[in-house]
Write a protein that binds this ligand. Sequence first.
Ligand SMILES: NC(=O)c1ccc[n+]([C@@H]2O[C@H](COP(=O)([O-])OP(=O)(O)OC[C@H]3O[C@@H](n4cnc5c(N)ncnc54)[C@H](OP(=O)(O)O)[C@@H]3O)[C@@H](O)[C@H]2O)c1
Length: 288
Amino acid sequence: MRVLITGGGGQLADSLEKTCPAEREILILSRQQLDVSDAGAVTEAFERQQTEVVINCAAYTAVDDAESERDRAFAVNARGAENVARAARQLGARMIHISTDFVFGGDKSRPYSVDDDTQPVNTYGASKLAGEVQAREACPAGLTVLRTSWLYGVHGRNFVKTMLRLMRERDRLQVVADQAGSPTWAGFLADVIWRFAAQPSPGTYHWADAGVASWYDFALAVQEEAMRQGLLTKAVPVEPVMTEDYPTRARRPAYSVLDSRLAQARLGIRPAHWRSNLRRMLAEMQDE
Ligand SMILES: NC(=O)c1ccc[n+]([C@@H]2O[C@H](COP(=O)([O-])OP(=O)(O)OC[C@H]3O[C@@H](n4cnc5c(N)ncnc54)[C@H](OP(=O)(O)O)[C@@H]3O)[C@@H](O)[C@H]2O)c1
């Protein structure tokens, strides 16, 4: 089966490459090789490759910058998703489109199911939601939308790597304690995506690691596990702060835990707890 992956060089595309099952033939295209916001280029790339499944990992993910670069965020996350979906349909290929917990408003206190109302609170979330809608319109039958949350992996920029760097550089840290979500390891999410690639599953699904954490909980766990594995040599005090004490250009949902049960039932697998996946990621980091 030929699988084309957009957004090469990003953390999820990298994990997909590392976990690719032996029977798959993959082609991973970076932004430089395929700009998804260029409709003609997308059509041409897909025709050339005779793809059966497309995994759209290309995204504008700079959540704060999106507030001042709205057009760029929508060009990639909305129009880009539509371009990929249209080209996939023209070829008769299936598409797995990756989306985000940030499509939700964050005012709930129980995990968001796939049918819950969306209400993004920032431009990034709005552009990703528009991408879901436009991709569905362009490729109604062959589209799987897979929303995930708080993604991190060995490759690329993410919270875990930022915390490790700051814990080496600083004497103390302050981390937001009143936003809750589910940290999700790209290594396991990649395995989930390969399972979706193996069976047509049109519709919307959620996948996140099990358990709930605040950014503060997550930071403390990073420090504890990294100390245990010898990636950090000293512990620095980590203090909880409130969102209002740590202003950012983009608002974040206060609660964006995803209910992954539909995907679990569909694939017959269960997520590991986020903390055990954090251990696996740090071990992989040490091996590298
Ligand atoms: N990171 C998270 O916490 C998180 C949480 C929930 C959902 N997600 C979703 O998960 C997916 C994968 O995210 P990720 O964490 O792997 O993001 P990432 O590391 O930022 O990777 C995104 C990739 O897309 C590329 N890209 C940007 N503009 C493009 C364009 N016009 N055409 C083609 N490629 C383009 C980027 O290239 P450049 O680096 O060269 O710009 C980068 O390689 C995205 O759909 C994201 O919205 C992420």
